[in-house]
Ligand binder design. Sequence first.
Ligand code: ZN
Length: 124
Amino acid sequence: MSVTNRIKISKKEFEQHLIAKYAVNGATLEAYVHDERCWDDYGNEGFKRLTLYYQVDTPRWNRHCATWMAGEGWEFKQYDDNGQRLTDCCGCFSTYHDDELVCRACYQQVGVGQGDGAEEKEMV
Ligand SMILES: [Zn+2]
């Protein structure tokens, strides 16, 4: 999966940011703790503890939107049902306004590829 933002903040701040961004329009944010098996350089088995965040709009869909591990948070790029990339800020389409590409939901400037149809999900 492709990563869009690495955020250097505390887990609590990261979760507050995720709730403000994803627990909107009737959706909720759910967190799942997942221990992933891994091995160190000496072959000793251990576990990496991941916290996986899902944006859930019951009963219609849920989407893995972010992960926290070892003091760092990641958010994933957002796509619409047709695989077209949406803006990182709001998960919306964008539009050109005075030569600047802006998000149609919040009107903040966004990078090329976010919501303008130029970037599509890589097929796995
Ligand atoms: Zn926006």
